[in-house]
Design a protein around this ligand. Structure first.
Ligand code: NOJ
Ligand code: CA
Length: 704
């Protein structure tokens, strides 16, 4: 499957060549990237099929205490390359990924007595571009501190944008849709349900930023391979429709501490007239380095259940007792009075293990198993959890033997409560504890304000922390699912043990807050999921929370059928069946879909999509013949006529369709559904009705 063509053309210019512009077109001539240095300032711009997408936009840096690196350049040399390779994913939405681009590397040098040099590399694909800065080894630039990166994205008009407020600590917002000129990120202050916020200002948004022009062009801006550098936010110039990078700062307001040779992450611009192509783009993965883990036999996509949703709905608690102000060091837990509602007991965990074994789930997550939950966040204290001491009613040894006997894995939970110094001190011991008891996956959590104090979830120190954890985990054959971590940038290609992360507003908000509007899941794949899989935790069947307590008004903003569809539309190699076993046992017929749906795919086809409106995705399982469809809509009901021409040639399929009923509605009638069966082949067409806030999930199994 591997094919590679590399051509190399190098041009070297004297100091007089710097007013010229350089161009590189994508392999299929769809996109054209241009670069020039004018009045000593570097600019790039981008067009698609001869129409401008990004107008001339500045590049460069501001540094602490030394002259900026942005306005005194001439071109030393340029190099062009072409690259075409097909690589195999360890897991993913498709088994094979083609990485096909043309590259332009521009080497700049300052026009001064002590000149510094900077290289800028552009990779131009048919569906977008990536560019990054490289700082070569040089006499006049060794150690340096970036106070801002000046990358601009000058847009051609007042595009529609799907945005969340710029915030260095949280992405757990619902999306707003507005013209660029109408962005008002101050609405972020209204989200009182978000634990820690560091909103930047009215005119800052996060990436991935999804936009649509009046002519119907879809544009997505994000980054790839975020390593040893802070996450990028964007400031919006609402008059000129120009975006500029804004890096997350540390406690001193500094952005990045670097030493040459070094490079920044890639800045990505994905562009297509079809929204479906944005979801299908593999640019962000392609811009990351190949897999660094030699033996991947222990890395397994998986489905899990867990002692989790029951805490979010108030059925049980993480904490063992109702003590307050607990200091770990002085506690003798055997003398503490339990509150009687603790979720992670030996008995309850066995119930989940039995359930997982009976229904073919790979693993059971148990939260609240370890001491410290009495007083775990809000006080910015350093000693919270030690990650190795179970509560007295959680017998880790007995459970690890029990799980092994049943062929089920336990998933560890390390809530750090953002005392990251504490976690780093204890992580070796914590990982060894996991190995001793047979755990090979951990859900990490970063609720609260970061320690080291003054750092942010998105600042360089924390980016390095996330990388340290995933590398250390890889050494010990441990898979990671990180919550409240930085939003992903395709690093799961390099570290395929980083199975999933949350890093956005998950389904949990539906349990205890105003929740997620029905359009939320139609936007997430165009934004948060562009960088990698999300542990959204779908599969809630008991939609309304008054089932647990009649005073509760909260409910999941979805029909039951839509909860099934999310397993297909919201890709992750790690998917939770998030509801309680008791609730699945009430609906064995629809639960069958969650049991059947795979988490690893040979092939994916986005059949129809529009951000904020609907998504219909078809996927074929890896190492199998079955196809699956997930279809979701926003608050509007919709009808679709689906062509099944994606199905394999010459095969007949039994389709099992899990559908909204005629009168389903996310608000008033969310749990009503119907299951239909029919025989189809690739020439068939089917009619789909999606209720308001609804969805559909379909299994296609071939037969003779
Ligand atoms: C927030 C996480 O997103 C959630 O999944 C977890 O249950 C709580 N933190 C406690 O760690
Ligand atoms: Ca969360």
């Amino acid at each position: 499957m591997k094919k590679m063509i590399i051509t190399l053309i190098a041009f070297y210019f004297g100091q007089f060549a710097y007013s010229q512009s350089y161009e590189v077109t994508s392999p299929g001539n769809v996109l054209k990237l241009s670069f020039k240095v004018e009045n000593a300032i570097p600019y790039y711009w981008l067009s698609r099929k001869n129409k401008v997408v990004i107008k001339p936009s500045r590049l460069g840096f501001l540094f602490n205490d030394v002259e900026p690196l942005n306005g005194n350049f001439k071109i030393k040399s340029t190099t062009q390359n072409a690259f075409d390779e097909t690589w195999t994913q360890v897991w993913g939405e498709q088994k094979f990924v083609r990485n096909n681009y043309k590259e332009l590397k521009v080497s700049l040098i300052e026009d001064s007595k002590l000149p510094r040099s900077l290289d800028i590399v552009f990779r131009v694909f048919d569906d977008g571009i990536g560019f990054r800065y490289e700082f070569p080894v040089q006499d006049n630039l060794q150690y340096f501190v970036i106070s801002e990166e000046l990358s601009e994205f000058a847009l051609t008009g007042n595009h529609k944008a799907f945005w969340i407020p710029g915030d260095y600590d949280s992405q757990e917002y619902t999306y707003s849709t507005s013209k660029l000129s109408e962005i008002d990120a101050s609405i972020g202050s209204k989200f009182s349900e978000i634990e820690v916020k560091s909103l930047i200002d009215d005119n800052f948004v996060q990436t991935p930023l999804m936009m649509k022009t009046e002519e119907g062009l879809h544009i997505n801006i994000h980054e790839a391979a975020l390593l040893d550098y802070p996450a990028m936010h964007l400031t919006v110039d609402k008059k000129n429709y120009k975006l500029q990078s804004q890096l997350a700062p540390d406690a001193y307001g500094n952005k990045a501490y670097l030493q040459t040779p070094c490079k920044t992450p890639w800045r990505t611009i994905i562009v297509s007239d079809r929204a479906e192509d944005i979801l299908a783009s593999k640019i962000i993965l392609n811009l990351n380095e190949p897999n660094k883990i030699e033996d991947v036999s222990w890395i397994r996509p998986q489905k899990y259940v867990g002692i989790w949703w029951e805490m979010h709905v108030g059925y049980s608690t993480w904490n063992y007792s109702d003590l307050k102000n607990v200091t770990l060091k002085d506690m003798d837990w055997n003398t503490v009075k339990p509150n009687g509602k603790h979720g992670a007991t030996t008995q309850r965990t066995k119930r989940y293990i039995d359930f997982a074994a009976e229904h073919g789930f790979d693993a059971v997550l148990v939260e609240g198993w370890n001491v410290g939950w009495e007083d775990w966040f809000g006080n910015w204290k350093e000693e919270v959890f030690d990650f190795v001491t179970p509560y007295p009613d959680f017998n880790v040894e007995e459970l690890s033997n029990y799980a092994k006997k049943k062929g089920v894995k336990l998933i560890m939970h390390h809530e750090t409560s953002s005392s990251v110094t504490n976690y780093e001190r204890r992580i070796d011991e914590a990982f060894n504890f996991m190995k001793k008891y047979g755990y090979d996956a951990v859900k990490t959590g970063y609720v609260g304000k970061i320690i080291p104090r003054g750092e942010h979830h998105d600042s360089q120190w924390m980016i390095n922390h996330f990388t340290r954890v995933v590398e250390k985990a890889a050494d010990k054959n441990i898979m990671i699912n990180s919550h409240e971590s930085v939003r992903p940038t395709g690093l799961s290609r390099t570290y395929p043990n980083w199975l999933s992360s949350e890093a956005a507003r998950g389904n949990e908000f539906n349990a205890w807050s105003i929740g997620n509007p029905p359009e939320h899941e139609t936007i997430l794949p165009f934004t948060r999921l562009m960088g990698g899989p999300m542990d959204y935790t779908p599969g809630i069947f008991q939609i309304k929370m008054d089932y647990y307590d009649k005073n509760k008004k909260e409910h999941v903003h979805s029909t039951l059928a839509k909860q099934l569809a999310l397993y297909v539309t919201m890709y992750s190699p790690l998917q939770m069946a998030a509801d309680l076993p008791e609730n699945y046992e009430r609906f064995p017929d629809v639960f069958q879909f969650i049991k059947d749906v795979p988490v690893d795919w040979h092939e994916t086809k986005i059949l129809a999509a529009e951000p904020g409106d609907y998504i219909i995705t078809a996927r074929k399982e890896r190492d199998g013949e079955n196809w699956f469809i997930g279809a979701i809509t926003d608050e509007q009901g919709r009808e679709f006529n689906l062509n099944l021409d994606f199905l394999d040639e010459d095969k007949n399929y039994s389709a099992t369709m899990y559908l909204d009923s005629e009168n389903s509605d996310w608000k008033d009638n969310p749990m009503s559904y119907q299951i239909k069966s029919m025989q189809v082949d690739k020439n068939s067409k089917i009619k789909l009705h999606l209720a308001p806030g609804g969805g559909a999930a379909i299994t296609f199994a071939p037969h003779d």
